[in-house]
Design a protein around this ligand. Structure first.
Ligand code: Q46
Ligand code: ZN
Ligand code: ZN
Length: 312
């Protein structure tokens, strides 16, 4: 297989694009495609300040790297969840994010240490609030969303960028479609606009890349990232969906990309009625000020109030 641009041996063949490229031309292609996605969905401008949520994995570090190469003002945010579960996961992933930041002195890495700040790790909060009924992911997602939004607003960033790739987006889309979760479907997309009531704009500049494409970018750029997934991701429904979607992709290259893009198009054409007509009114949380539908405290603050009431 030869590079379509220069004829040298290709390192990657993207069947869905009928495109094989050598390392140099693949890296160029990846950067150009990211810029196209940023422009197409009007994610941000060169003047805006971007906060990249970095987990230490390939996608978020690849995103941070590509935004810096494109000349954007992009800083990183790492949230230390205190997840170790015998695998030292948080410690290792944090050290990958720190090493990347140390090699890019023009940027800044903000670290929020959940156990140090709130007195409990994610597995501990989950054990106390869910009483072992479920995996800690619902609590983890809630804490991450709250903290990302808090830091973006407090530190004056215009936009929060996450490294979700196409495989992630399609698995979520598939799950939401299977259960017709209209509220989630309405909000799923490359851009979630800022909310006047205190939610930062969220963007996903890698949403059109397959997972193997972001992995190839990270490898070819020599980015040192954590290979292991969070130990709590094992057995997640989204992984089953990913396996199913991989079978479809194998038979029809491009199936995932088409599913996602046609969904976005249908949504744009009015598949769902506008959110303003259906979303319940939001109020600022009495404690942290972030918008919430419940009167009083938001779900994040309720997590800790229960701990304080119990004298923790
Ligand atoms: S980090 Fe958190 Fe994920 Fe781990 S505990 Fe679940 S949600 S699996 S992206
Ligand atoms: Zn080439
Ligand atoms: Zn709150």
């Amino acid at each position: 297989m030869k590079c379509r641009t220069c004829g040298r041996p290709a390192v990657i063949n993207m069947r869905q694009h009928k495109l094989a490229l050598c390392a140099d031309h693949y890296l160029d292609w990846f950067v150009r495609q990211t810029e196209r996605t940023i422009r197409k969905y009007r994610m941000f401008t060169p003047e805006e300040r971007i906060l990249v949520a970095v987990s230490g994995g390939k996608d978020s570090l690849a995103l941070w790297d590509v935004l810096l190469r494109l000349g954007y003002h992009a800083d990183g945010l790492y949230i230390d969840l205190g997840i170790d579960a015998g695998l030292d996961y948080s410690h290792q992933s944090r050290s990958k994010a720190e090493a990347f930041a140390a090699a890019h002195p023009e940027t800044r890495l903000i670290i929020v240490d959940i156990p140090a700040t709130y007195g409990e790790s994610i597995p501990q909060v989950a054990a106390r609030t869910l009483r072992g009924r479920q995996r800690p992911c619902s609590v983890c997602g809630l804490v991450k969303r709250h903290e990302m939004n808090r830091v973006a607003l407090e530190e004056g960033y215009d936009v929060l960028a996450t490294g979700h790739n196409l495989d992630d987006e399609v698995a979520v889309l598939f799950g939401n479609t299977m259960q017709w979760k209209v509220g989630y479907l309405r909000r799923q997309g490359p851009v979630l606009p800022a909310d006047a009531q205190g939610l930062a704009r969220k963007v996903k500049p890698l949403c059109r890349f397959y997972e193997r494409e972001t992995a190839a970018y990270a490898l070819l750029r020599g980015i040192d990232y954590i290979y292991d997934e969070c130990p709590f991701s094992k057995g997640a429904t989204s992984l089953r969906y990913k396996a199913l979607l991989a079978q479809m992709e194998h038979r029809s290259p491009g199936a995932k990309l088409h599913f996602y893009i046609h969904f976005l198009k249908a949504r744009e054409e009015g598949l769902f009625c506008p959110e303003e007509q259906t979303r319940p009114p939001m109020h600022p949380c009495e404690r942290c000020g972030q918008p919430t539908t419940a009167p009083g405290l938001c779900a994040f603050c309720r997590l800790w109030v229960r701990k304080e009431e119990a004298g923790g």
